[in-house]
Write a protein of this length. Structure first.
Lengths: 391, 323, 92
């Protein structure tokens, strides 16, 4: 596969790893803890686990898995909203695959489907629109979930529906934005993150300028990265090189895909369809100001919230959940009191356990092969951690 | 109903056993030799009913036959029970019956008994098929996952995920156009050849739902061993890789209908691969890993990038990962 | 958070709706190319490699930048090799 295989070359990886070692040896390290590098994006978390990168890098570096997985930060109340709409008579509720398993207070969308609701998985919002064209006597609702990467696709789909005058299509908007969340994370005085690996696909839409406050105000390196293993290792090295040189800047490792200014056509579509919400709820993180968008009043007919008079549900996270601490990088997944006990991939409490991109599910699925190799895992053995998954 | 049975099933399966139309098939004990008897059953529901590389009929025969042959049995006779939703086109039923007959012939066994029920529209999804199968196990064959030992080579006969990927694409709701075909085939000839060349083989299992990852976990669990595999040895076709990349799926968990995993003692591994490769369905036969002692009960994969990860059992079906 | 993979545009299907076939390792999907198209010049896209996300082409992959990244990666190794060689030659 072009543009993928070249960036998976293990021989080159050895070279980058050697440079990482060499850079670490000549840079200042935090006292009493490993260096914390947060990969913001869930896609990066997935790659780190899939390729076993944590085990390839030196012990003195720890990846902190950030909040950039829209499924993981999906609050329970919003899942309930989905279920409410899905159970509305005559509705075909369409969604991306991995939102289907996220638990709400009345179960997940898969549970609603089992109870008889017409819930269908689609690959693209375009497919939901196609379903609306093909089922003129049904109401087709699409669950528009995701960060800025996904917003242009839903905005363009909505504009297409408006343009064609498709009267039985609407979207439930759950789009969230990454920069307010990074601001919230960094404003926390206990934030122990030394540098960031930035979200490549969000950046291909919004460009790189929005991240400048991170080096300028907080003095932390921020390297926008691709998703192949060599991309991640190179980006990690770029973060270390900045730290070693006493610098902090926004750098772009993923220039083959990310233009400095993002994608103008995509940004136009977003601006046409969406406006900021005053506040948006994140599972584990709570409400964050202006961290999400809603559909503009001009497209009220295509907004499922308005169309169905939906009163958004407000449901607190389960008390035992420590998703917030994990998303903030204060706890590793296995340090959560519910991990592997009340909360497993089979019976997820928190969304971090639901999505395959979620840090907890990733730990459960790809976790350490022995206690010694998983740093920080010494409080519990690998066998203990894995046991519930097999039961 | 009698027309349905005579016109479609008897015509397709015609043999002395079934043509008598008694309430049971009668089989001479001589058909089973002096060894053991293997007996299995499975029900089949699939959407779409017809897919590239097969249909529900072929699937129902191959699925049950393969459950017999991976136990070292030679399939002798199958039953076929169908539940039909009112309104299923007879042409479809005819096509399915013919495909079952062809698959049974390919597998060297007969369909000797069966049943047909028709239920009102909405009470079933077009057609459900149940097949049961009996086979004879030649004396001395003792295949079992509990017999797997550290040092065994783990081999597969074919590329991963063809059935799962082909059916997912054929369903049409993901809007993907591919030339993918299911690998749905009876595995008897391959297993017999394997056991001839590698008589010390400890266990064989066909990797259907849940894929190769699930079989390896079953092996590790049953024998209290670790299955270690290498990502760069996993045989994959370009199209399965492409579909997996687009949908964010792991081919290790995709279903197969013509693939087995075998644990073969190291000294016999090369001979096993050598006999599989010239056979239909065996061209991509290869070794994907080795059984070791620890960590017991685990499947560990070394990524082509050098890192290691656990390959766990999957909770529920694999859903496309999009955002 | 956002699964995106490279694919090649093989054919424009519907210029009015900005739809094209994109191929990834032998698997084809209908894709919306609004975000990467210049109006009226859709045909120029045929053969281009794009980054695909939920049925939309979101970026045209810059071949020169890809090559540059690989050069940098390779150069990282060369510096390393030189350092090793220097250390080697510095030994008595």
């Amino acid at each position: 596969m072009k543009y993928a295989d070249e960036f998976r070359d293990p021989a080159l990886a050895k070279k980058v790893l050697a440079r990482i070692d060499e850079t670490l040896a000549r840079m200042p390290m935090p006292e009493g803890r490993p260096l914390h590098v947060m990969e913001v994006c869930g896609g990066h978390t997935h790659s780190i686990f899939r390729y076993g990168l944590q085990k390839l890098v030196p012990d003195s570096i720890e990846f902190v898995h950030g909040p950039g997985c829209p499924v993981c930060v999906l609050p329970m109340g919003r899942v309930d909203d989905c279920v409410t709409l899905a159970e509305h008579p005559g509705v075909i509720f369409t969604t991306f695959g991995d939102a289907m398993r996220v638990p709400g207070s009345r179960g997940s969308l898969l549970d609603a489907k089992a109870r008889g609701a017409d819930v269908r998985m689609v690959y693209s919002p375009l497919d939901a629109l196609e379903l609306a064209r093909g089922n003129p006597d049904r109401e087709v609702v699409f669950f528009a979930l995701g960060f800025e990467t996904t917003m242009p696709s839903t905005a363009l789909t909505l504009l297409q529906a408006a343009d064609e005058g498709i009267g039985n299509f609407s979207m439930l908007c759950q789009h969230i934005t990454i920069i307010p969340t990074l601001k919230a994370l960094l404003s926390d005085p206990h934030c122990l993150i030394d540098g960031f690996i930035g979200p490549g696909h969000v950046s291909m839409v919004i460009g790189n300028a929005g991240y400048r406050f991170i080096p300028e105000r907080h003095g932390k390196p921020f390297v926008v990265a691709g998703f192949e293993p060599l991309d991640l290792l190179q980006s990690l090295w770029m973060v270390l090189a900045q730290l070693a040189g006493g610098r902090a800047a926004v750098e772009n490792q993923y220039a083959r895909v990310v233009p400095e200014d993002g994608n103008p056509a995509a940004l136009r579509a977003i601006a046409e369809v969406y406006e900021d919400r005053e506040s948006c709820d994140w599972r584990g993180l709570g409400a964050i100001d202006r961290s999400g968008v809603r559909i503009r009043a001009a497209y009220a007919d295509l907004d499922a919230e308005r169309r169905f008079g939906l009163v958004p549900a407000d449901v607190a996270d389960p008390e035992i959940c420590q998703c917030g601490e994990v998303v903030r990088g204060r706890l590793k997944p296995f340090q959560c009191r519910a991990f592997g006990r009340e909360c497993t991939p089979a019976t997820p409490l928190g969304a971090l356990m639901v999505s395959s991109e979620g840090a907890c599910a990733a730990y459960h699925q790809y976790g350490a092969t022995d206690g010694a190799t998983d740093r920080g895992a010494s409080d519990r053995s690998a066998t203990d951690r894995g046991a519930p998954a097999r039961g | 109903m009698r027309d349905l049975i005579d016109g479609i099933f008897l015509a397709a399966f015609g043999n002395a056993g079934i043509a008598a139309l008694e309430d049971q098939a009668r089989l001479p004990l001589a058909d089973f030799g002096g060894g053991g008897l293997a007996f299995t059953t499975d029900s089949f529901v699939i959407d779409p009913v017809f897919f590239p590389g097969g249909d529900i009929g072929r699937l129902a025969v191959c699925g049950t036959v393969n459950d017999l042959v991976v136990g070292g049995a030679r399939p002798v006779a199958l039953s076929c029970s169908v539940i039909l939703e009112e309104g299923l086109p007879l042409a479809d039923l005819r096509r399915i019956a013919a495909s079952m007959a062809a698959a049974a012939a390919e597998a060297g066994c007969r369909i000797v008994t069966g049943d047909t029920k028709v239920v009102p529209r909405g009470a079933a999804d077009r057609i459900f098929v149940n097949t049961a199968g009996i086979g004879s196990i030649p004396q001395g064959r003792e295949l079992a996952a509990t017999r797997i030992r550290p040092g065994d080579a783990l081999i597969v006969n074919s590329t991963l995920g063809l059935h799962g990927a082909a059916v997912m694409a054929a369903r049409g709701d993901l809007g993907l156009a591919t030339a993918l075909e299911s690998d749905c085939r009876p595995l008897g000839a391959l297993v017999e050849a394997l056991l001839d060349a590698a008589p010390g083989t400890h266990a064989i299992r066909d990797a259907t739902r849940g894929g190769v990852a699930t079989v390896l976990n079953e092996f590790a669990d049953a024998a209290g061993v670790c299955c270690r595999i290498d990502e760069d040895r996993l045989p994959l076709t370009e199209a399965v890789r492409g579909l997996s990349e687009i949908l964010g799926l792991d081919p290790l968990y995709l279903a197969n209908e013509g693939l087995f995993v075998a644990a073969v003692p190291e000294p016999e591994a090369e001979a096993a691969l050598a006999v599989l490769r010239p056979l239909p369905g065996g061209a991509a036969a290869c070794r994907i890993g080795t059984v070791t002692g620890a960590p017991a009960g685990r499947v560990v994969m070394t990524s082509f990038f050098g890192g290691e990860r656990l390959v766990d059992m999957l909770e529920g079906d694999q859903l496309p990962r999009i955002c | 958070m956002c699964l995106g993979i490279p694919g090649r545009i093989t054919e424009i299907i519907d210029a009015d709706r900005f739809l094209a076939w994109v191929e990834v390792s032998g698997v084809r999907r209908k894709v919306n190319v609004t975000c990467v198209a210049e109006p009226g010049r859709l045909d120029d896209l045929v053969g281009a490699w794009v980054l695909l996300h939920v049925g939309f082409a979101m970026s045209v992959i810059d071949e020169a930048e890809a090559a540059r990244t690989l050069e940098v990666l390779d150069a990282l190794g060369e510096v390393q090799d030189e350092l090793a060689a220097m250390r080697e030659s510095a030994r008595p």
